[in-house]
Design a protein around this ligand. Structure first.
Ligand SMILES: Cc1cc2nc3c(=O)[nH]c(=O)nc-3n(C[C@H](O)[C@H](O)[C@H](O)COP(=O)(O)O)c2cc1C
Length: 396
């Protein structure tokens, strides 16, 4: 069949064959080629935790980005921390009235609105000029508890003064026990409500990306809480020829945990437990637990924390509260962690990327997104309160 040019245009424009075009064919061609005016493109703010990382990467120095992103060794555990969450499937229940959700919990006598905390992470002034003060402000706007790192680039006193939401303190026990005792007391006086003793770090991990990026604390920055200690202001990892780190005590044992419990006026948690045997010992000592592999930054090929968590929970059998961190990137991950025995989760890298991308606002946004996703996951699996989240949430 022969199709005339006009008929062909008519078909494109939706005209019946033989009907008159309203404009000349030249004008019609031009109109067809000119797209309708578009509204100016407004940049879309990040809507998932993952979207903060590329933004932060553009803003942060290469060295800072590698410091945050890197894992130990071949980064097998780093990948696995997230992959193990992704392998778990959910078991939704239907026809449950989920019009009102209750995400509140009480942890060590403290009321939390939702089961998410910010994990202790070092050197925030490397990621953003306002450093820990921006983090503290972002945490306050989101109503989230922040665990301040012993390796902060701002003193715990200054963080305490700026804080409008609860602060906890993370401690690396130093060989100088007098200094360690003073630091615990300083943290308590600054208002910290719990002490997380990091027990997985007799030495630092091998983080090759960080080393290749030449990571050092830039001039003017220091480990502000460790002033007064030899080598406090440096990131020098070890004396020549040894595997040890100048500010970590490789001789730490359960004896020091007993000692810390004795000197601390706030609840003590051990951060960095993976083995059910260690968890039983911690429960007997009456200390809380954070199931953590330090964000896969220490010993590569240890299990993902979400895999270790149910075994630890079984061993502890409710005697002490269990928290977990490592690879939490989605509200469904929070739900899966609670279903596997955690009372709450902590996030590390996601809020650091929020900080690097947008300062305090980025920290707030990260927490709000994760909280909202968690609430949606609860509603869509038919769980109205944290009490209703148990292992039946997981598809077996
Ligand atoms: C850049 C960075 C610095 C960290 N610094 C500390 C620290 O000073 N003390 C500590 O106990 N853990 C530290 N961690 C580990 C975190 O507390 C947490 O266990 C980990 O980030 C959780 O994993 P995620 O990053 O996948 O959320 C750090 C983690 C990162 C990414």
């Amino acid at each position: 069949m022969r199709v005339t040019r006009r008929a062909a245009f008519g078909a494109v424009l939706g005209l019946a064959a033989g009907s008159r075009p309203l404009r000349s064919s030249a004008a019609t061609r031009q109109a067809a080629a000119t797209p309708p005016p578009q509204p100016a493109r407004v940049p879309v703010p990040p809507g998932t935790l993952a979207e903060f990382e590329p933004l932060a990467k553009r803003r942060m120095t290469h060295m800072a980005y590698e410091f945050v992103a890197a894992g130990a060794g071949d980064e097998i555990t780093l990948r696995e921390n997230q992959a193990a969450f992704d392998r778990l499937r959910l078991n939704p229940r239907v026809l449950v009235d989920v019009s009102a959700l209750d995400t509140r919990l009480t942890l060590f006598g403290q009321e939390l609105e939702f089961p998410i905390l910010l994990a202790p992470t070092a050197y925030h002034r490397v990621m953003h000029a306002e450093g820990e003060i921006a983090t503290v402000r972002g945490a306050a706007a989101a109503g989230v508890t922040l665990v301040a790192s012993a390796f902060a680039t701002t003193t715990i006193e200054d963080m305490g003064k700026a804080a409008r939401s609860p602060l906890w303190f993370q401690l690396y026990v130093n060989k100088d026990r007098g200094f360690t005792r003073d630091l615990v007391q300083r943290a308590e006086s600054a208002g910290c409500r719990a002490l997380c003793v990091t027990v997985d770090s007799p030495l630092s991990g091998m983080r090759h990306r960080e080393r290749r990026a030449g990571f050092v604390l830039p001039p003017g920055l220091e480990r502000s809480n460790l002033k007064g200690l030899a080598a406090a202001g440096t990131t020098r990892r070890s004396a020549e020829g040894t595997i040890y780190n100048v500010v970590l005590d490789p001789a730490l044992t359960w004896k020091e945990i007993e000692w810390l419990r004795g000197i601390s006026r706030v609840p003590v948690l051990l951060k960095g437990v993976l083995s059910p045997d260690d968890a039983v010992r911690a429960a007997e000592a009456g200390v809380g637990l954070i199931v953590s592999n330090h964000g896969a930054r220490l010993l590569d090929t240890v299990p993902a924390t979400i895999e270790a968590l149910p075994r630890v929970a079984d061993a502890v059998a409710g005697r002490v509260p269990i928290l977990m961190d490592g690879g939490v990137r989605r509200g469904t991950d929070v739900l899966k962690a609670l279903a596997s025995g955690a009372s709450a989760v902590l996030i590390g890298r996601p809020y650091l990327f929020g900080l690097g991308a947008q300062g305090a606002d980025g920290v707030t946004a990260v927490v709000r997104i994760l909280r909202r996703e968690f609430e949606m996951s609860m509603a869509l699996t038919g769980r109205r309160s944290l009490k209703e989240i148990d292992r039946t949430v997981l598809w077996r």
